[in-house]
Design a protein around this ligand. Structure first.
Ligand code: ADP
Ligand code: ZN
Ligand code: ZN
Length: 750
């Protein structure tokens, strides 16, 4: 007997209807409805037509059948979701807390079908004898255009339509007429939007790299387990330049040979031409990418190609994790410590955890890689939950780790050096300029400077919508203005201080623009490139700056975080870190980890070619364990110190943590809401709690923000609090204008 009822999730993001509704499958749709389909249904009292996703089928009505409504039809324009992705959505919903429809849209980054592209071609249908007959016939009628086309077709057989109407200058009416005569056919062939340029056999094809012994060992371990059907999660800890990418490629090649597919997650910022090219060289057209710069149609096509088995390797940031491969064999997560793997929007899922879950569901392997693994993953690898793999040598012959000097900037000041560059850094830059080698200067901030204030009375310029100070942009130009980095508010830089009337208004601190000015002052002959949020607003500008630098068009590249992630510039022999400790002062328990990662990655940029590199780290905190361990490039030393600190304060990975974040339209409402939630936690649970307290930025975009953190070793105790609060808040009308969100094991501070 066929199943006559469908359980449907309605496509509305509303807590109150976050459950399935049963509908009748009408006779005319019998046998046509299956799980994952998008359908139209009548919903609510007014029976307005809504979209919904079928997530279950049954042959029994849950309630009186006469009360059930019928499905109206199938929405052909919407993408279907596969059964296993529905299961993954359910996992995301339960673990991170969101509505089912939000979780479904997460696992379906593309939900609308986009019309495919078609190639039109004209094909000859008749044999050469008939061609002569037709030409004779056309000559009688003086049909010159027809003769011209037939002659061309006799040689080519198939000609692109545009060429016929364009270069051959033949009207579409003529083509139609000849089609009617049965001489030719106009064919349309669908093809996918190409996102990686043409062909795999580019002239840049390089000789295949042979893994060294260390790499071989890692590859063999994973491949042997894979062949045994032993699907695990591995942590590959490999120093910068140790050749992790080649390891990924070799393993993926093996997986593909077994008829399976691979997903490679890399942070969006590192998804550059360089990385993609290495995969392209090995896998040709079997590889494709996904990223936010692609158009909707391009993204849709790449997912379709994955579904149809047209590609076997999908590279991309977080959302590539949901590529609808039918026979997934491996998920690689490069730079697994990156905070961008955690979603900012609800559901606030972590790609690593979701990847491990997806892999478990389909019997796939997970390979995590990093030079600076997250404290969580390293802990798990040490405990044996993940299998640990190591690469301790740089892969290229002669390439060694760079020398690191830590410069105490307080001492520089004592010696009378008031500039932002230490004497050591100045010497080294000028030495590189002489030798024609390249330098990278890394600064952990963007914009021109930190906050803007009046140097006479100390008045600080604050955003009218947020509790943050404004920042100067495009200083000393006609476009000079004050900008809020949080909400985008802008104003012209005032000529006078509104408090005291002084004209001496300036920014404090160092930013990329200021470093650029400083470099130009000291080394007017140097060719300088700058890469930060301001210079990379345009599509492709990111790529342009990097490739210009790679081609040697500049001596010095100045930039923020963007320049230190995963790029390989063999000519760089000096890396200067201008202000190493700016991230150390953030109110975030991960501040040290972030700083250590950045310093290690920055140091990893120097000396990747044949020449040795040097790294100059300028800091005001030369004794902090995070700086000293980064200077030694000693991850284990950092890990031990950091673990001791986190254990003492019960931070992840020694405990789970849930951030309960509250946003209210007024100050008083914000206090009330926090009291209400705190009361409910105190009355019903015994759990460690921090707060409520004001968020790091209390007022943002005219909203007032508070946060409560709760901690527990057992994640289900935190989930219980979340579920209870959600249930209670739904019943309380008072806080209807407030917004509450949950963040499990947050990667950011609130
Ligand atoms: P990681 O990602 O570990 O920092 P990469 O994968 O970028 O390192 O590799 C660093 C450099 O070493 C690259 O230029 C790469 O082409 C080169 N390389 C990697 N493995 C080998 C090998 N076995 N033989 C020669 N060169 C290699
Ligand atoms: Zn003033
Ligand atoms: Zn603002």
């Amino acid at each position: 007997m066929s199943q006559r009822f469908a359980d449907i999730i309605i496509d509305i993001s509303h807590e109150a209807i976050d459950r399935t509704f049963q509908y009748i499958i009408p006779e005319e749709l019998e046998g046509q409805i299956h799980i994952g389909m998008c359908v139209s249904i009548p919903f609510g009292r007014g029976n307005s037509v809504r979209k919904g996703y079928v997530i279950g089928l049954s042959d029994k009505a849950e309630i009186d059948e006469s009360k059930l409504k019928s499905i109206l039809g199938v929405n052909e324009k919407d993408v279907e979701v596969s059964g296993s992705l529905i299961e993954l959505a359910a996992f995301i919903k339960e673990t991170y807390g969101s509505t089912m429809i939000n979780a479904l849209s997460t696992v379906m980054p593309i939900r609308q079908k986009v019309k495919g592209l078609v190639k039109k071609e004209v094909r000859l249908l008749i044999d050469s004898e008939a061609v002569f007959e037709y030409i004779a016939r056309y000559e009688k009628k003086r049909a010159k255009a027809k003769i011209r086309l037939l002659n061309e077709l006799a040689e080519e057989l198939v000609i692109p339509y545009e060429l016929v109407t364009g270069k051959l200058n033949i009207s579409s009416a003529t083509i139609k007429a000849m089609e009617k005569e049965g001489v030719l056919a106009v064919e349309e062939e669908g093809y996918y939007r190409n996102v990686l340029g043409c062909g795999s056999g580019e002239s840049t094809k390089v000789s295949k790299e042979i893994p060294n012994d260390e790499q071989r060992q890692v590859i063999d371990t994973v491949v042997d387990d894979f062949d045994k059907g032993d699907n695990r999660t591995y942590l590959l800890k490999g120093i910068t330049g140790s050749g992790k990418t080649l390891v990924y490629i070799e393993i993926i090649e093996h997986v593909i040979r077994q008829g399976k597919q691979a997903i490679v997650l890399i942070p969006e910022i590192a998804l550059t031409y360089q990385t993609v090219k290495r995969f392209r060289n090995r896998f040709g057209d079997k590889v494709t990418i996904m990223n936010s710069r692609l158009s909707k149609g391009e993204r849709y096509d790449q997912f379709e190609r994955a579904k149809n088995g047209d590609v076997s390797v999908m590279i991309g940031p977080r959302s590539a994790l949901f590529a609808p491969f039918k026979n997934l064999g491996i998920i690689v997560i490069d730079e697994e410590h990156e905070t961008t793997y955690k979603s900012d929007q609800p559901p606030k899922y972590h790609a690593r955890e979701v990847a491990i879950h997806r892999a478990k569901m389909c019997g796939a392997t997970v390979l995590l890689g990093s030079a600076t693994p997250s404290v969580e993953s390293y802990r798990k690898a040490k405990d044996g939950e993940y299998k640990m793999l190591c690469l301790n040598k740089r892969a290229r012959d002669n390439a060694t780790l760079s020398r690191v000097s830590v410069i105490d900037m307080r001492r520089e000041l004592e010696l009378g050096n008031k500039s932002m560059f230490s004497n050591r850094l100045k010497e080294q830059i000028s030495d590189r300029l002489k030798k024609g080698e390249q330098t990278m200067l890394f600064i952990n901030r963007r914009g021109y400077a930190g906050f803007v204030s009046c140097r006479s009375c100390g008045h600080v310029f604050i955003c009218p919508h947020c509790d943050v100070s404004l920042t100067i942009h495009d200083s000393k130009t006609a476009n000079e203005r004050l900008v809020c980095h949080y909400c985008g508010y802008e104003q012209k830089k005032p000529a006078k201080c509104p408090e005291c009337g002084s004209a001496f208004i300036a920014g404090f601190g160092v930013g990329t623009q200021k470093v650029e000015e400083g470099v130009k002052e000291l080394f007017p002959q140097a060719k300088v490139l700058r890469m930060d949020a301001d210079t990379t607003k345009k599509k492709d500008s990111h790529e342009k700056i990097l490739s210009a630098f790679a081609c040697g068009e500049a001596d010095i590249l100045i930039g923020t975080q963007m320049i230190v992630k995963g790029h390989d510039f063999p000519q760089v022999t000096l890396v200067g870190v201008i202000a190493a400790d700016t991230t150390l002062f953030e109110s975030d328990y991960r501040a040290s980890e972030k700083t250590f990662d950045l310093l290690t990655q920055a140091a990893g940029r120097a000396g990747r070619g044949d020449k040795a590199g040097e790294v100059v780290v300028q800091t005001y905190k030369p004794d902090h364990y995070c700086i000293t361990s980064a200077a030694k490039q000693d991850y284990d030393m950092f890990f031990e110190e950091e673990s001791a600190y986190r254990k003492m304060l019960s931070y992840p990975p020694f405990s789970h943590m849930l951030a309960i974040f509250m946003e209210s339209p007024t100050d008083s409402m914000s206090v009330e809401l926090a009291d209400f939630i705190e009361g409910m936690i105190n009355d019903n649970f015994k759990i460690r709690k921090i707060g409520p307290c004001e968020a790091g930025i209390y007022k943002l975009g005219d909203k007032y923000r508070r946060v409560i953190y709760i901690k527990d070793k057992d994640v289900s105790n935190l989930t219980a609090v979340k579920d209870y609060l959600e249930e209670q808040l739904e019943k309380t009308e008072k806080f209807g204008d407030c917004y509450i969100s949950f963040d499990l094991d947050p990667m950011r501070s609130y």
